[in-house]
Design a protein around this ligand. Structure first.
Ligand SMILES: Cc1cc2nc3c(=O)[nH]c(=O)nc-3n(C[C@H](O)[C@H](O)[C@H](O)COP(=O)(O)OP(=O)(O)OC[C@H]3O[C@@H](n4cnc5c(N)ncnc54)[C@H](O)[C@@H]3O)c2cc1C
Length: 410
């Protein structure tokens, strides 16, 4: 069917959510422009876990993730109660999509997306900052500040650049994928709802002689910890504890960068039965984490995608994966609207669906109940276990069922 008129989408933010949104739109033939305020992509040399359906979606869209070299596959998640292996959850048996999850550097995800866009003649315009967003009837009016480099002539990686001029756009849709501090969310007056208690997330990436094969491990005790195998005999170990824990509060306060001794101490304190050879720590961080969702997915033709719209459990990279899924669904809806297929209702339906799905993931631990024959440890800890599983939607339901957990009646 012929397009209604020239449809154009402006994507603000070249993180994984914005780049994926642009690629899914281009794949469908929609005109798209991408701007980002940074000169270079940020220093994001840590590993993420891509869920099986997200690997498949990115692959279908032409992002070459080089899984054979750059990624470590995960087909099983083992849940532990101290020294006891409570369950080994096989993603390929229970998931609707059969592939494994993949642990790989975020940089590789972003670079493959940017390369796939380049091949479709979409270039990321850097040093362009989304500055103002207004509704104009059924469109959106956007001002983008064009920034200059710093005085030394090097690209600056942050936003201190001088505004050289302001460009005005009136795209049919704005996709604001401008991260947690989203300018668009603030300008559109969209509220934020925090869910649950603030947590501290302490993550380490390190060399280890131990090769765990395609298994990730989840340990649930006084802390919840997730151990992922990363490529090149490296491991990623993430702990989550209440932010009010005295050591966590002190580390967060001091913006502490934990080292190898801290890693050994954390393993001793929280996983004393796990004996891991610890080599060089290549990356670590302590981060304050608060699960939360934007009160609306869109205002008129301006949409929030990725961390502009949600912050989800970091133990299974839910924020990143959900951002790609939402970008995928939104691209399909925008394409349908461009083909004049029930514009208003489709957009309203997409907005309601996006918000409902995000809320379900944010509250995922609350949505399940234990069957009478569930392991008592799983039944007692299901709110802490379910958010660590690297799947969502029907796949998550299937995996939860193999733990003898079922969705609570609505
Ligand atoms: C320090 C740190 C460590 C993390 N560790 C992990 C981890 O180990 N595992 C994991 O799964 N996830 C981790 N995350 C989260 C992960 O990075 C995010 O889930 C993911 O990057 C979110 O993608 P996004 O595209 O929504 O937003 P972002 O990646 O934040 O991208 C937003 C983009 O928008 C741009 N931008 C912002 N404002 C504007 C504006 N006004 N105009 C134009 N452009 C703008 C930014 O420059 C940026 O490129 C971490 C995040 C941080 C900050």
């Amino acid at each position: 069917m012929a397009r209604k008129d020239r449809h154009s989408v402006l994507v603000a933010g070249a993180g994984p959510a914005g780049l994926a949104a642009a690629l899914f739109l281009r794949q469908r033939g929609v005109d798209v422009e991408v701007v980002d305020e940074r000169w270079d992509a940020r220093d994001d040399d840590f590993h993420v876990i891509l869920h099986p359906d997200v690997v498949e979606r990115l692959d279908d869209a032409g992002a070459r993730l080089d899984l054979a070299h750059a990624a470590h596959p995960v087909d099983t998640v083992v849940v532990h109660d101290g020294t006891r292996r409570v369950a080994a959850l096989r993603l390929h048996e229970t998931a609707v999509r059969p592939g494994p999850a993949a642990v790989l550097p975020l940089r590789v995800v972003r670079d493959s997306l940017e390369e796939a866009l380049r091949q479709r003649q979409v270039k990321v315009a850097r040093h362009r900052r989304l500055a103002r967003v207004d509704r104009v009837s059924d469109r959106v009016a956007v001002e983008v500040d064009v920034l200059d480099r710093d005085s030394a002539g090097y690209g600056v990686s942050h936003m201190e650049g001088v505004v050289v001029r302001t460009a005005r756009h009136e795209p049919t849709h704005l996709i604001a994928a401008d991260g947690f501090e989203s300018v668009a969310r603030q300008q559109l007056g969209i509220g934020w709802r925090a869910i649950g208690a603030p947590m501290a997330t302490v993550a380490f990436e390190f060399a280890s002689g131990w090769t765990p094969g395609p298994e990730a491990h989840v340990y649930v005790g006084d802390a919840v910890a997730a151990l992922w195998p990363a490529p090149h005999r490296r491991l990623r170990l993430t702990f989550q504890l209440p932010a009010s824990t005295p050591l966590m509060a002190a580390w967060l306060d001091a913006r502490h960068t934990p080292d190898r001794a801290d890693l050994a101490m954390m393993i001793d304190a929280h996983l004393p039965w796990v004996h891991l050879p610890i080599g060089v720590v290549s990356w670590s961080q302590v981060q304050w984490t608060q699960v939360g969702v934007a009160e609306r997915a869109c205002v008129g033709a301006a949409w929030l995608v990725g961390e502009a719209a949600h912050q989800l459990s970091p133990l299974a990279s839910h924020s990143l994966n959900h951002g790609v899924r939402m970008a995928h669904d939104l691209a399909a809806t925008i394409d349908e609207v461009a083909r004049d297929q029930g514009a208003g209702e489709r957009l309203a339906h997409q907005a309601a669906r996006a918000r409902a799905q995000t809320l379900r993931l944010a509250e995922v631990g609350e949505l399940y109940q234990a069957e009478p024959d569930a392991d008592p440890f799983v039944a007692a800890n299901l709110r802490r276990i379910v958010p660590t599983l690297p799947v969502a939607g029907l796949e998550l339901e299937a995996l939860a069922r193999s733990l003898r957990l079922s969705p609570k009646p609505m």
